[in-house]
Design a protein around this ligand. Sequence first.
Ligand code: ADP
Ligand code: MG
Length: 729
Amino acid sequence: MSTFRFQALAQTAGRKPVKFEELERKSAIFGSNVFNDKAMRQFLTQDAYQGVKDAIQHGKKIDRKLADYIALGMKEWALSKGVTHYTHWFQPLTGTTAEKHDAFFETSYDGSDPVEKFGGGQLVQQEPDASSFPNGGIRNTFEARGYTAWDPTSPAFIFGTTLCIPTVFISYTGEALDYKTPLLRALSAVDDAASSVCRYFDKNVKKVTATLGWEQEYFLIDSALANSRPDILMTGRTLLGHTSAKGQQLDDHYFGSIPTRVLSYMRELEYECMLLGIPVKTRHNEVAPNQFELAPIFEETNLAVDHNSLLMDVMQKVAERHDFKVLFHEKPFKGVNGSGKHNNWSLATDTGVNLLGPGKTPMSNLQFLTFFINTIKAVDTYEELMRAAIATASNDHRLGANEAPPAIISVFIGQQLTKVLAELEGVSAGKLSPEEKTDLKLNVVGKIPDVLLDNTDRNRTSPFAFTGNKFEFRAVGSTANCANAMTTLNSIVAKQLIDFKKSVDALIEEKDMKKDDAIFNVLREYIKETKNILFEGDGYSEAWEIEAGKRGLSNHKTTPKALKAKVSEKAIALFSELKVMNHVEVEARYEIELEEYTKKIQIEGRVLGDIARNHVVPTAIRYQNLLIENVKGLKDIFGSEYETIAKEQISLIREISGHIEGITSKVEEMTEERKKANNLSNSEEMAVAYCDNVKPYFEIIREHCDKLELLVDDEIWTLTKYRELLFTK
Ligand code: ADP
Ligand code: MG
């Protein structure tokens, strides 16, 4: 049989690992394609170098003249590395990165004087013809211009033969059209708020940086096999396919030895990452067959977000050389685990202190507790917004699917810290007696470091867990741009820290309390107020759903429901108070995300309808015809006796007809529902209609298709099967 499936299988059978040898040590090549400090020192004048540094460290503006000098140095550096083009590199709300390459090469109007040119103007600002990026109605067609503007805090880098300059993307009227702009604003808000709070403990703190260490999970599928499946090609996941007899039940893949072809891929990928300054460190097999994970050393959040976006691009490109396709989808295969992107998050001061790491003295531990409890309080206040920040059509498959954190947001802190909070809850109201304070400092706050060392219990079912010296936002989806989650998390913590500072200052000024008395008092109230968000038990259990309902926690299982919190008064007030996003920007994002949801489900519906009707049904009929021929032949030979002899075949023929009928009628019904949904003019209603009326058909149609897969002769089945996709190494 020369179906696509068998051709792909034949191609795959002949694969050898693509050889890759690192020629140099990682530390020797790290960042060599990045316009980093070392390159800047070498290629920039002292003034230009200082200009960039001031922009990075103090947010100072770079004037045009200085920009010209910086551009000149950047161009020289790039040319010395064989670069021919440059591009502004940005992250529009499509979820991928965008680039438009321009050559350095220029001539005069008559074709004379060919030179390589790159000026400050081109470095600082560009106006891509970007009218078809999603804008949620911000940019009317008569003002369709969008600008990209250089973000000096994320260094330029070379990818292939192109100089990439990280930029923000904003509309002519100044609204953010990308992920980076609100993120930068949120990071600045949390810096201001956290620095002020830090100064209760250390007057020298000038800057607080949010840190992010993401963990990227992904599937690696042979490219020929992946390309043989129209659903993988068009939607990034399998819309049908019977689960294979063996899945992940033996747990033999997790942390197992990495398959040779994959290891070779990983080595080359890591090499590319090193050149780009992405500090990847950890690689291992994940739970599902052909599922893997890669994690870096954490970095400043803006840079970490850029690095994750860049990495996803690099991963796909390197995969091509190794005849793999990377599936980033949160749930590419039914019946085995999906993929997430844990966002490990903390705050660090410019004096070198991790604010979520316990310290060495009682005072630094009080600082730790302050940030720890304020983070809990922030999540408690804004749990719905946290859920909204990770809501996408693809992540809906994962949240609450008993393998990933549930759709309910809660915070896990571990037994030991639970005890510490319980003791702090007993702190007396008002001024503390000297004895009480000493006791607290010695026996509660002072004991924290040893306590955390033993704190090894990890709750994998929690969406937001404290893991020793950081919080881990685990519910983030593997396809997500981390900026969405990070903008929200840093904003809610910023707002919370501002409120905290107001409360503490009020106690100091109005109640004449000492600083640490005031802090203990405010923290005690927070502990009392935030009990509902803390949960240490099994997040997958039904009992938790019931309990969470009683506690009044939200449990939005689908994106249209979850997204609504983004445009609540509370959310709009938060983002506008912090100047992270104005209401127009917030509403535009809501609109874009609803639209994206609708389009994703719409595409899946169409692809499923196509595969079911044009691949599965014809194959089933072909097999059914074989059976019919067989029955006819038996009748010829055996006469009336055939009914007994052909009993199984006849029942198979019937069964197949049943499924064909099921597919045909359900695909028609689904198409009708799509039509109805498409006629709705309100995007919120449309998303809900797709979710409630279209999507439910997916499972029903799939069920019929998957049953047929079990009935039909393997030789003529055209779609590559789960066992082939998941167990080909
Ligand atoms: P796991 O969660 O798989 O057990 P680890 O806890 O060792 O793994 O770390 C996971 C990630 O947490 C790594 O990417 C690491 O860089 C990141 N990380 C560690 N410390 C911090 C921090 N202070 N801020 C942000 N990320 C951090
Ligand atoms: Mg983790």
